[in-house]
Design a protein around this ligand. Structure first.
Ligand code: HEC
Length: 143
């Protein structure tokens, strides 16, 4: 009885050792897999970060050429030459309309351009409010 009992205990002990070893092996394998997955995830993140960084400069150059024609259309000097110089002369010295070189109030100039007055037509149909304000500021500072 005692011999059988001892052998049974030994078998149970060996079974426990095997289970413990399997557990350790599984633990090590799990850690290895975890490290590999972590490395793969980091590699993937690096790729994701690189892709938007590479695509970000692309829209930027596309915006600049698109903005250039808009700036040309919003150029107050060009607007003055085409809309105002016919009556006020290219240098603003006046002709059919009065001399604008002494103008120092952009708000009054903008109001005149917006609403017209006397023999001068309104330009609110040709220019936006922002364009009129920019043109008025240009008249005050550049003429
Ligand atoms: C059709 C001719 C004509 C055009 C085009 C014209 N003006 Fe005039 N402008 C006049 C006349 C005429 C007057 C004088 C108005 C009056 O009798 O009160 C005047 C007056 C003004 C005044 C007020 C000057 C003052 O001393 O009171 C400003 C500012 C002015 N014009 C700016 C402009 C600007 C800026 C443009 C272009 C967007 C422009 N004008 C286009 C004919 C013109």
């Amino acid at each position: 009885m005692s011999g059988l009992g001892g052998r049974t205990v030994n078998l149970v002990e060996e079974g426990r050792k095997m289970l413990r070893n399997l557990f350790l092996i599984a633990l090590v394998l799990g850690m290895l897999v975890g490290v590999l997955v972590g490395v793969a995830a980091c590699g993937g993140n690096t790729g994701d970060t690189t892709t938007p960084a590479a695509s970000t400069p692309a829209p930027a150059p596309a915006t600049s050429p698109a903005g250039t024609p808009t700036q040309a259309a919003d150029d107050p000097a060009a607007q003055f030459a085409s809309l105002c110089a016919g009556c006020h002369e290219a240098d603003g010295s006046g002709g059919f309309g009065p001399d604008l070189r002494g103008e120092d109030n952009a708000g009054r100039v903008a109001e005149q351009v917006r609403s017209g007055g006397g023999s001068m037509p309104s330009f609110s149909g040709d220019l936006t409010g922002d364009q009129i304000d920019a043109l008025a500021a240009w008249v005050v500072s550049e003429l």
